[in-house]
Write a protein that binds this ligand. Structure first.
Ligand SMILES: NC(=O)C1=CN([C@@H]2O[C@H](COP(=O)(O)OP(=O)(O)OC[C@H]3O[C@@H](n4cnc5c(N)ncnc54)[C@H](O)[C@@H]3O)[C@@H](O)[C@H]2O)[C@@H](O)CC1
Ligand SMILES: Nc1ncnc2c1ncn2[C@@H]1O[C@H](COP(=O)(O)OP(=O)(O)O)[C@@H](O)[C@H]1O
Ligand SMILES: [K+]
Length: 493
């Protein structure tokens, strides 16, 4: 996704809309001639259709809230009753407090409306959670929480929009219980992909309710769920007449005595397609690196002069420092020297910790393409940890001028200009020592080939998750670089 906005146009179907942006999509659709009750009818009918596709008719408890989420519930109840389900509908609050489209659809429901209580769950083989959706503005009260807990123990739950208690913008949990299936409308929200929301949603299905994708031109989303269609066209191309230098030269700073981390990173950079990969090492570490690496060039470096000479080689197109580098002044000054080249730099692990408490030094030093790959602990040593994960990553990217990859099971990739991508394909087998070093090397390898920093970071994070998924259980970080050829083959298929 380049600065020309090419990706944003191509990839509208991966857009994540905030609650406010979804409300704009609604307003534009209503202004275009579709009244709210029609939209609500389409939403509820879609939910009923998806339920009927997956479950055979039984007794369903539909739990309705006081807003439009509850209105959707009335539509679902009506449609399922028409399809032969035994429907028990219950409502939080008095029916005469409903307004607008919810009141309209409540009036079309001819069955009984029970007050919300555990009795309504009796005999249910399925539960529809239509209590709160995008309008949740405080934690559900204890009565609702107790009912949701009882519902979870009784039968599978289908949540409309989000499981009640999940915040749509952040995925924060204000007291939800896990659904088996969540059905949302038009586009997902960040809360469907950020944790813990993603897990609480179970499977998330996006239903078309007749909102035209062209509304996205007006909304201009800045957040996406990661996937190859965001960056496939930006992947490095192989030129038939190219040579190794046209594929870029990646340089890794190799530490001592922790040499494994940098070695993992070099292998990933080379597998990602860098034409040359070098590792700069202190002379005493030379035998270790040289024995373990063959296609990777090992360069002994002694002192600042030697380093300066190495970095002045204009053919080096991207640098990485951090994995196994050690925390302290030496790592810090090497990182600053790399940043001073103005060419691409990846800062990971110890290189980040070497700037702990002094993010301003990074703000000043970062002038060229830069990707920083902190996990939560490294992030907290440098930047403000208030706010949700998207907010934190965006704020650090904006102040530093670097792309921030805030790692975890829901890694967020944020650009200084406000764009952000949430990754959803990483399996928990990646929680193994050294997998972060491989990720840093992957980013490096793509940057070395001239890929834009935001694209390279998003592609690397996805490829990392895909590699791990292909391997399955028993994964160790050493396995990951060797899986990249299959990942790359899959991307070009
Ligand atoms: N395009 C769309 O976005 C569409 C949205 N629809 C539905 O509309 C929903 C949004 O409707 P609303 O904005 O009315 O929001 P909700 O249905 O989530 O309800 C909000 C109402 O509940 C109250 N409330 C919030 N938190 C509460 C709590 N913890 N305890 C008690 N009361 C609480 C609020 O004060 C407000 O009155 C969506 O989630 C979706 O289900 C559909 O009807 C059709 C189309
Ligand atoms: N539970 C998880 N599910 C998916 N991915 C995970 C999980 N835990 C960690 N990861 C990923 O594994 C990598 C770990 O990196 P890091 O914390 O730097 O570890 P290390 O320093 O040991 O390499 C990151 O890419 C992170 O996103
Ligand atoms: K809900």
């Amino acid at each position: 996704m380049g600065p020309d906005g090419r990706g944003a146009v191509l990839t509208g179907d991966r857009a994540l809309l905030s609650v406010a942006q979804m409300a704009v999509a609604d307003r534009l659709t209503v202004a275009g001639g579709t009244p709210v009750p029609v939209l609500m009818g389409a939403a509820g009918s879609a939910v009923a259709r998806i339920i009927a596709d997956r479950w055979s008719p039984g007794r369903v408890a539909v739990l309705c809230g006081p807003g439009d989420n509850g209105g959707d519930g009335f539509v679902v109840a009506r449609r399922l009753a028409e399809a032969g389900w035994d429907v028990q509908l219950s409502l939080l609050g008095a029916p005469d407090r409903l307004t607008g489209a919810a009141a309209h659809n409540a009036a079309l429901w001819t069955g009984p409306v029970a007050p919300l209580s555990p009795a309504v769950l009796e005999g249910a083989t399925l539960i529809v959670d239509a209590l709160f959706g995008a309008g949740l503005n405080r934690a559900p009260d204890r009565r609702v929480a107790a009912l949701l807990a009882a519902a979870a123990a009784q039968a599978p739950i289908v949540a409309i929009d989000v499981p009640s208690g999940v915040m749509g913008d952040t995925g924060a949990d204000l007291g939800a219980v896990a659904a088996s299936l969540t059905i949302t409308f038009f586009r997902k929200k960040p809360g469907h992909v950020l944790l813990p929301g993603r897990t609480l949603c179970g499977e998330t299905v996006v239903a078309d309710i007749g909102i035209a994708p062209s509304v996205l031109d007006r909304i201009a989303p800045q957040t996406w769920e990661n996937g190859p269609d965001l960056w496939r066209d930006a992947l490095p191309l192989l030129h038939p007449t190219g040579h190794k230098y046209t594929r870029g030269h990646a340089l890794v700073w190799g530490g001592y005595p922790m040499t494994g981390a940098a070695r993992l990173a070099t292998r990933a950079a080379a597998r990602a397609g860098a034409g040359l990969t070098s590792v700069a090492v202190p002379p005493q570490a030379l035998p270790i690196y040289a024995t373990a690496l063959t296609s990777i060039m090992v360069r002994p470096v002694t002192g600042a002069e030697d380093l300066a000479a190495l970095l002045s080689d204009g053919r080096i197109t991207a640098h990485l420092i951090g994995p196994g580098a050690g925390v302290g002044d030496a790592t810090r000054s090497t990182a600053l020297a790399m940043l001073a080249t103005g060419r691409a730099v990846v800062l990971d692990a110890d290189a980040l910790t070497s700037f702990a408490g002094d993010p301003a030094a990074l703000d000043r030093a970062i002038t060229g393409p830069c990707v920083m790959t902190p996990h939560d602990g490294e992030f907290a040593r440098l930047w403000d940890t208030t706010g949700d994960k998207l907010h934190r990553a965006r704020a650090a990217a904006a102040r530093s001028g670097a792309v921030i990859v805030l790692k975890g099971a829901d890694t967020v990739i944020a650009a200084p200009d406000g764009r952000a991508i949430v990754n959803t394909n990483a399996p928990p087998t990646l929680a193994t020592a050294g997998s972060g070093d491989v990720l840093a090397g992957l980013v490096l390898g793509l940057l070395a080939q001239g890929m834009d920093a935001f694209d390279a970071a998003a592609a690397a994070v996805w490829m990392h998750g895909d590699a791990a998924s292909r391997f399955g259980p028993g994964l160790i970080a050493d396995d990951l670089p060797g899986l990249l050829p299959a990942v790359l083959r899959g991307l070009s298929a």
